[in-house]
Design a protein around this ligand. Structure first.
Ligand code: DOR
Ligand code: ZN
Ligand code: ZN
Length: 445
């Protein structure tokens, strides 16, 4: 049995911070948490010098790319970015090349990723064209099924909500979630047709707040009429849909949602400095929306903070018109420092941050034995220096996408290390693990 003793830790344990703790890790799992000195012989001892240990973060919305999109990001660079950003588990989106839309393409990804990954990875799929494949994908370990409401994507084709009833009900019976990017296809297509050359205004109109709101409302109305299914709303960017989601939850519908750091910390005013590089779907919103999202966090209307890590080359993000330019930002290496800075500023508590980035993700996506520091749980641990100062420097990113809308931002809260399945992958800000330490995860029961 391999054993590791972590001494001189401060740990986040069941809602409070406890100093002078020792952690014993055996075969990758937390075997003991104690205020006493661990005397038994161990294979390795690591002194954490009083730094804070929180549960390894889980990012439920990441585009790792790989395969034919490996020029943007691959499984090694994406999971290294995750490790250095403090994430021990990431869940990968299916809009890749080839797209994840059936068992064959799912297996292709698993095999390509397995030897390359530094953190744990789980995969989502599109709803397969043949609904009978849903059960086969579940047997392979899929974490959920993604639907882009506003774009025609690979996999199951639909024109309206009625077309989604059957697949939703089938997925609902399995207990897995459907993840939705909620925006209206009619709005997107109409605005695009009317403005073929595009403009920032047209982009915002095509993906407007009301488009998000109507899409969310439509889906909620549908949920009331069909057999139960778990719905997870990705990157909610404005206040009204957040309120509707909270009301629907109170009614008893099985709904969760996430917000991203870029929608919490940037607004449409950021376009003045970022230009078209700042385009992301959903777009950056008004300051009222930003305030609405923070209010949602304070009132526990938000379930997860996720990065929507969307790596593209800088070239792809700065050339073309708004209809063909690539949208989104790499986010794995900026989420935790930025959010720790918000903790330092008193905008959210450490306890809420842990809930939104590890406990809730583990619960909602059934990631068993992870998401908390508990005896018997996997030793997925993130080590942070809450007082350490950072300046966001994309030239140091592990991601292939070495750019960020947060470039030059300064604050307090630095990721110092990460343990994945009990192995140190990053220690004192330096790489210490090897690829293949991460595991391909399947949802637990
Ligand atoms: O901005 C975005 N980028 N929004 C999406 O929905 C997809 C993502 C990507 O994959 O690049
Ligand atoms: Zn999306
Ligand atoms: Zn996304």
């Amino acid at each position: 049995m391999k054993s590791l003793r972590l001494r001189n830790c401060k740990i986040f344990y069941r809602g409070s911070v406890i100093s002078d703790v020792e952690i014993l890790i055996e075969d990758g799992k937390i075997a003991r948490l104690t205020k006493l000195k661990i005397n038994r012989p161990v294979d390795e001892i690591i002194d954490l010098n009083g730094l804070l240990v929180i549960p390894g973060l889980i990012d439920v919305h990441v585009h790792l790319r790989g395969l034919n999109l490996a020029y943007k990001e691959d499984y090694d660079t994406g999971t290294l970015a995750a490790a250095f950003g403090g994430f021990s588990t990431v869940l990968d989106m299916p809009n890749t090349d080839p797209a994840t839309e059936n068992v064959e393409t799912f297996k292709l990804k698993v095999e390509a990723a397995k030897p390359k990954i530094y953190v744990n990875v789980g995969f989502y799929s599109f709803i397969p064209e043949k609904l009978t494949e849903i059960h086969r994908l579940i047997a392979e370990g899929v974490f959920g099924f993604k639907v882009f409401m506003h774009r025609v994507m690979p996999g199951y084709k639909f024109n309206d909500l009625e077309d989604l009833r059957k697949p939703f009900e089938t997925i609902g019976e399995t207990g897995l979630p459907v993840l939705v990017h909620a925006e209206k296809r009619e709005t997107y297509e109409t605005v695009k047709q009317e403005n073929p050359n595009g403009s920032l205004e047209a982009f915002e109109a095509a993906l407007s707040e009301s488009s998000e709101n109507e899409s969310v409302n439509g889906l909620i109305a549908m949920l009331r009429k069909i057999k139960p299914v778990k719905l997870h709303f990705c990157h909610i960017s404005s206040q009204l849909p957040l309120r509707r989601i909270a009301e629907a939850k109170a009614e008893g519908l099985s709904i969760t949602c996430e917000v991203t750091p870029h929608h919490l910390l940037l607004s449409k005013r950021s376009y003045e400095t970022l230009g078209i590089y700042g385009l992301v779907d959903p777009p950056l919103r008004s300051e009222a929306c930003v305030e609405g999202l923070w209010a949602g966090i304070r009132r526990s209307m938000v379930d997860c903070i996720a990065s929507d890590h969307a790596p593209h080359t800088f070239e792809e993000k700065s050339t073309g018109n708004v209809w063909n330019i690539k949208t989104g930002f790499p986010g794995l290496e900026t989420l935790l420092p930025l959010m720790l800075d918000c903790v330092n500023r008193g905008w959210l508590s450490l306890s809420k941050l842990v809930k939104l980035t590890s406990q809730n993700p583990a619960r909602i996506f059934r990631i068993a034995g992870r998401g908390s520091i508990e005896i018997g749980y996997w030793a997925d641990l993130t080590v942070v220096d809450l007082n350490g100062e950072f300046t966001i420097d994309p030239s140091k990113f592990k991601s292939k996408a070495m750019h960020s809308p947060f470039k030059g931002w300064r604050g307090r809260g630095v990721v110092k290390g990460i343990f994945v399945n009990g192995a140190p992958v990053v220690l004192d800000g330096e790489l210490s693990g090897r690829s293949g330490i991460g595991r391909i995860l399947k949802p637990g029961v």
